[in-house]
Design a protein. Structure first.
Length: 260
C-alpha cells in the first residue's frame, strides 16, 4: 500500500530513539522526510547516519524543547531548510515519578510543564505551515492517561491533557482540514522503559509479571507496531480519521483481566 508520504516533511519530536525513533524510521521507509528533534546529538546523528546508509531521507534537529523559544527556532529552521511541514508528531516526555507523596506542588508543576507545554508550542508554531499543507498532528500519549498508575501525578496529568488537546485541536482545526489524532502506547520496551525496569530489585521478575497481564500473545508491544499505526494515521490513507484515540497494546487496557 502506497501511503503517499514520499518527500513529505514530518517533524518527530523525541524522534531519535524509542517509539519516536521507530516512527522516524517508518516515515523514512515510506519515502517521507522525518526530521527527528532531540537533545542528544549522539543518538540523533547516529540515526541520521543509519538512514543515510540505507539511502533513506531524514535529518536530526537538535533542541531541548523545555527551553524557552526552542520550539519556535526548530520550526523556523525546518522550514528554512526543507520548505514545508506536512505533519507533526508530538512525542517527547518522561514518566518522572512525581506523585502525591514523592513530590510537591513545585515538582508537579515542573513535571506537567516538561511533559505538556512543548506539545502546545510545537503545534502553535507549526500551524501556519500545516494550514498550507492541510497536514495533520499526531500526539503520542499513554495508557496512563486512562488507567492511572500510581506515583506519577505530573506525567498522568500531562498525558490526560494531551488527549483533551487532541480533540480540542481536531475541533478547532476542522476549517483547515487538519486532522488530529492520538496514540496511547502501553507496555513497549524503550530505553526509558528498560531504565525503569532496572530500578526494581528483580527486573526480570517484574517484566514477566507485566507480560503475563497482556492479553494478546502475552508479549510487549513492539515499537515498530506503534510506528506502523503512526505512519498510517499520518498518511492520506486515513484522510477521514480525526479526533480519535488508538490503543495498540494487545488488549492491555480494554480487555478483561480474567482473560490473562
Amino acid at each position: 500500500m502506497d501511503l503517499k508520504l514520499k518527500d513529505k516533511v514530518i517533524l518527530v519530536i523525541g524522534g531519535t530513539q524509542g517509539i519516536g525513533g521507530a516512527i522516524s524510521r517508518a516515515v523514512a521507509r515510506e519515502g517521507g522526510v522525518p526530521l527527528f528533534v532531540g537533545r542528544n546529538p549522539g543518538s540523533g546523528e547516529s540515526l541520521e547516519e543509519e538512514l543515510r546508509e540505507k539511502n533513506l531521507q531524514g535529518a536530526f534537529v537538535q533542541g531541548d524543547l523545555n527551553e524557552i523559544d526552542t520550539s519556535k527556532r526548530v520550526v523556523e529552521e525546518v522550514v528554512q531548510r526543507f520548505g514545508h511541514i506536512y505533519a507533526l508528531v508530538n512525542n517527547a516526555g518522561i514518566n518522572d515519578g512525581v506523585g502525591l507523596e514523592k513530590g510537591n506542588p513545585a515538582s508537579f508543576a515542573n513535571s506537567v510543564f516538561n511533559n505538556l507545554n512543548h506539545y502546545y508550542e510545537m503545534a502553535h508554531y507549526c500551524l501556519p505551515h500545516l494550514k498550507i499543507s492541510q497536514g495533520n498532528i499526531l500526539n503520542i500519549s499513554s495508557k496512563v492517561a486512562l488507567t492511572g498508575q500510581g506515583g506519577t501525578s505530573g506525567y498522568a496529568a500531562a498525558k490526560g491533557a494531551q488527549l483533551a488537546l487532541t480533540r480540542e485541536w481536531a475541533a478547532e482545526l476542522l476549517p483547515y482540514k487538519i486532522r488530529v489524532n492520538a496514540i496511547m502506547p502501553a507496555e513497549v520496551m524503550t530505553p526509558l522503559y528498560k531504565s525503569w525496569l532496572e530500578s526494581f530489585e528483580d527486573s526480570e521478575m517484574k517484566l514477566q509479571e507485566i507480560i503475563s497481564k497482556i492479553p494478546l500473545g502475552k508479549r510487549m508491544t513492539k515499537d515498530e507496531e506503534i510506528a506502523d499505526l503512526a505512519v498510517f494515521l499520518l498518511s492520506e490513507r486515513s484522510s477521514h480519521t480525526t479526533a480519535q484515540f488508538f490503543n495498540p497494546d494487545g488488549g492491555y487496557v480494554h480487555l478483561d483481566r480474567s482473560l490473562t
